[in-house]
Design a binder for this molecule. Structure first.
Ligand code: MTE
Ligand code: HPA
Ligand code: MOS
Length: 751
């Protein structure tokens, strides 16, 4: 089935926040954000600003009616700065004016003075200074002392990976409308409608039922709108509440890049030990996460780094430690993979270091350590339906690895200034929110009198195709054509208490809830037919192709007749469904449990050609075998794999996020922050579907696909370093990502 949005997308008719018709009286908001990274505010004077023509309100923390707090996990982040600022880009005041231009011009008249405080941008410096968010976390398996003794080879090193700008095409934004009795209705570009609702209720000091959040779709989220859509929605709502006028706040690209947090940069120390057969016997890693100035989702991201620190490998003795470090950068946040990519990058670096020291192909070490059925993860869960080895082997066979290796070796032998590199990247990613209480969802289904169907769920469409999957589920359950199903907006008054659409679990959680709702209505309808047609057994009543069948025979009742008759007979045609993932649990104090409903596996092989004169490179191919379970929509799922892969490749190759010592974002525009475009994507991306049929908790056995493929991109880093080594054997230990052209050039001529 085609993506239900393709028609309006390709015609430019899909509606985003900035496309909503402007209501009369609307005020436009602009944010005055901190020009310094750390300081105690000594003066904030908005008196002149308030007098400007066209300016209707200037709002500071003093005008907040409720609690000046938007922190989700820890209450450590004000909606508007009060006595101090902690990062450049932190919202300090908002101006509401009759046009966006007037609002922005007015910002220049705000007088802001502050006594500077020390600025920390480096996570290791922050940790040494005791600037830690939450507690230091540890996951342990086996016996380290015993493990190290059994090792024939032990290596220690450091690996660093950078952050990443989300660069959703639609920037952060919201449009808030005042409703009678101090209520607010708001359209927000958020992955978490309930997070927005709760945030607004808290800052306005009203109960949650006074706030209605509505989401049609997002022009991309990638985790950047799981938590960080909330502050901007809160500011728009605050404006509407105080002014009693509709307030629209949509960030420009430069504001969005400056004010919002990104993927967390990490720096880590590792130690890896192998036996004579290259089995990893012990692995220790100590992660320092650059959290930025407030917790945001950092503690949860940090935890997922630990969950994925051993990637798709079994390591019997593991000790993993992680610290979330408070720095004076915008609070970093969720980004596709949610800390997992950073954890995987470090063990891939450790394996590469061992391979370099042992002068063997890193694939040799990777292959012998792949997870097997029944292996234990450092967090206590046991693998079930493990596909690590299967995807690896199938990649070797399908993509003719021996021939490829020979071709690459021959190329390298015959070329002086062009070198090819190869890298395998196996992945294993756990599906579920690691915070168990978040793993439930609701759906609401109405069948209207004419037989058309309206479906609401808690899932947010952000380009990943979840709404199309929801239509498929309803259509399949009712045996209807997809055109009979309408996917409603995600709205907190129709579906309450939603978890954000995140953790790749959107389709699983909401799809199961939807199935439960559909099944309940269907049962009522079939029971009604049984009675009307005086059929002995309910099993004899079925629906096919929008028609009622009894004992396999077509009746004279169409779907429409059935619905109309059922309605006249006063049968309830609406239903809600609630689904809570069974089995999942995790004890944060012991670091043990069964946090994931299941795991997604896969293997990629990346081939690159490096121009050793210029330091530039081109990706010849990325060949993937991915574990989809039984894909319910191959077009959408393939798109997720290709998009995730390229986004991950961008992270480790060209996306060069830079802050200076003053905490100022240097890569603050698309001229200085480069993302993959059509010229830098691999010449070939092949995706083979490993179809597996294990009983698992995936919706219709179609495994979650949103985040895992991003981690195939990590292979790009190690393919490049493989090629560099073919040119300059001294260029080893390259564990600093991204491998920009500059960094590649330096490595090629390093001695
Ligand atoms: N795909 C597109 N096109 N746009 C996005 O913003 N977000 C990713 C992934 N794929 C994203 C995307 C992230 S971070 C997650 S968690 C999942 O989609 C969320 O959707 P799902 O749970 O329905 O897979
Ligand atoms: N993944 C993604 N987002 C989340 C998670 C998670 O495990 N927990 C809270 N938000
Ligand atoms: Mo995705 S990072 O879980 O929104």
């Amino acid at each position: 089935m085609k993506n239900i949005d393709s028609y309006t997308h390709t015609r430019g008719e899909s509606i985003y926040v900035d496309d909503l018709p402007i209501l009369g009286g609307t005020l436009f908001a602009a944010i005055f954000d901190s020009p310094i990274a750390h300081g105690k505010i000594t003066k904030l004077d908005v008196a002149q600003t308030r007098l400007l023509a066209g300016v209707k309100h200037v709002i500071t923390h003093e005008n907040i009616p409720g609690e000046n707090q938007i922190g989700g996990i820890f209450p450590d982040e004000p909606a508007l700065a009060d006595d101090a600022v902690h990062f450049r880009g932190q919202p300090v005041a908002i101006v509401l004016a009759t046009s966006k231009k007037i609002a922005h011009e007015a910002l220049k008249t705000i007088v802001f003075e502050a006594d500077p405080l020390p600025i920390i941008v480096d996570p290791r410096v922050a940790a040494a200074a005791g600037e830690i968010i939450g507690s230091v976390r540890t996951f342990k398996l086996g016996d380290m002392a015993k493990g190290w003794k059994e090792c024939a080879h032990i290596y220690e090193g450091q690996a660093d990976c950078n952050g990443q700008e989300h660069l959703y095409i639609e920037g952060q934004g919201a449009y808030a409308f005042p409703v009678e009795n101090d209520c607010i209705r708001i359209v927000s570009s958020t992955q978490g409608p309930t997070q927005v609702q709760r945030g607004i209720a808290r800052v306005l000091g009203v109960p949650m039922h006074k706030v209605e959040v509505d989401v049609r779709r997002l022009g991309g989220g990638f985790g950047g709108k799981e938590d960080q859509a909330t502050p901007f929605a809160v500011l728009a709502a605050l404006g509407a509440y105080l002014s009693k006028k509709p307030v629209k706040l949509v960030l420009d690209r430069d504001e969005d890049m400056r004010m919002t947090g990104k993927r967390h940069p990490y720096t880590a120390d590792f130690k890896i030990g192998l036996d004579e057969n290259y089995k990893i016997i012990a692995y220790e890693a100590d992660f320092f996460q650059n959290a930025g100035a407030a917790a945001d989702l950092s503690p949860a991201v940090l935890e997922r780094t630990l969950f994925h620190a051993t990637n798709a490998y079994f390591v019997p003795n593991t000790c993993l430690t992680a610290t979330s470090c408070r720095t004076n950068l915008p609070p970093n946040t969720a980004f596709r993979g949610f800390g997992g990519p950073q954890g995987k990058y470090v063990i891939e670096s450790a394996i590469t270091m061992a391979a370099e020291a042992l002068a063997i192909d890193r694939a040799v070490i990777q292959k012998v350590n792949l997870l097997k059925e029944g292996d234990e993860f450092p967090y206590g869960q046991i693998t079930e339906g493990c596909e690590a080895e299967k995807t690896w082997h199938q990649a070797e066979v399908d993509y003719e690895i021996e021939a490829t290796r020979k071709r690459v070796a021959a190329f390298n032998a015959s070329h002086k200034n062009l070198k090819k590199g190869l890298a395998f990247m196996p992945i294993c990613f756990g599906i579920s929110f690691t915070n168990t209480p978040m793993n439930h969802a609701r759906a609401l289904v109405h069948i209207y009198q004419d037989g058309s169907v309206g479906v609401s769920t808690g899932a947010v469409e952000m380009g990943q195709g979840v709404n199309t999957k929801m239509v498929q589920i309803a259509a399949q359950n009712f045996a209807l054509a997809p055109e009979k199903i309408k996917l409603e907006t995600t709205n907190t008054t129709r579906v309450a208490n939603t978890s954000p659409t995140a953790a790749s679990a959107g389709a699983d959680l909401n799809g199961q809830a939807l199935q439960i709702a559909c099944a309940a209505i269907l049962l009522r309808l079939r029971t009604f037919v049984q009675k009307e047609f005086k059929v002995a057994h309910l099993e004899a009543v079925n629906l096919h192709n929008e028609w009622v069948y009894v004992d396999g025979e077509k009746t004279d009742w169409s779907w429409e007749t059935l619905v109309t008759n059922a309605f006249v007979a006063r049968i309830q045609l609406s239903e809600k469904g609630h689904y809570a993932t069974p089995r999942v649990n995790f004890d944060k104090t012991t670091g043990k449990g069964h946090p994931f409903a299941y795991h997604v596996y896969g293997t990629s092989i990346t081939e690159v050609t490096v121009d050793c004169v210029r330091g530039i490179y081109e990706f010849d191919a990325v060949n993937i075998v991915h574990d989809f379970g039984q894909s319910m929509n191959k077009g959408i799922d393939r798109g997720q794999v290709e998009g995730g892969l390229v986004q991950g490749m961008g992270w480790v190759t060209m996306e060069d996020l830079r802050y200076n010592e003053e905490g100022r974002l240097l890569s603050s525009a698309l001229s200085t922050y480069k993302v993959p475009d059509i010229f830098s994507v691999p010449k070939e991306i092949n995706v083979k579907f490993l179809e597996t049929n294990h009983s698992n908790l995936a919706i219709l056995k179609s495994k979650a696909v949103g985040e895992p493929p991003l981690m195939y991109g990590i292979g790009a880093h190690f393919a490049i370093t493989d090629a560099i080594k073919a040119f300059n054997p001294k260029a080893i230990g390259l564990f600093e990502s991204p491998m920009t052209h500059e960094r590649v050039l330096m490595a090629l001529y390093k001695d």
